[in-house]
Design a protein around this ligand. Structure first.
Ligand code: HEM
Length: 103
């Protein structure tokens, strides 16, 4: 049984692993078949068939979200890693179009 956080959150493998830094992957994940230190989509012959679709979908979503919207924390947002990522109190945000003020 593989325990992905053992590598994903290991500071000897990934510098400052809890910092949001998408640029850390630049030039490192070229095979698109997974590698032993990046197991988000599994690896080897059982590598996720939806990996490229999911990455494209997330990139499109994030692009529109940050260019068209603003958001404000409302409540929650406490993170528990056990080993998956969980928000026990939820994470509520208010989303507004970028050109309209907060009501
Ligand atoms: C962020 C989204 C996704 C994540 C994190 C993810 C993660 C994974 C992981 C870790 C595996 C390997 C499981 C194992 O080794 O036992 C896997 C396999 C698989 N995933 Fe995904 N997946 C995602 C999205 C998708 C999507 C959108 C599809 C379909 C359109 C999909 C279809 C599959 C299939 C069919 C397998 C089995 C491949 C095989 O056994 O040959 N996944 N996924």
């Amino acid at each position: 049984m593989i325990y992905p956080p053992a590598t994903h959150l290991n500071p000897h493998i990934h510098e400052d692993p809890l910092t949001f830094n998408p640029s850390r992957w630049k030039g490192k994940l070229e095979s698109n078949r997974g590698e032993k230190n990046y197991l988000v989509f599994g690896g080897g012959i059982r590598y996720c068939v939806g990996a490229e679709f999911s990455k494209m979908e997330m990139a499109i979503f994030l692009h529109y979200f940050v260019t068209k919207c603003r958001w404000k924390d409302i409540k929650g947002g406490n993170i528990v890693r056990s080993p998956g990522l969980e928000f026990p109190d939820g994470y509520h945000i208010q989303i507004m179009p970028k050109n309209i003020g907060v009501l």
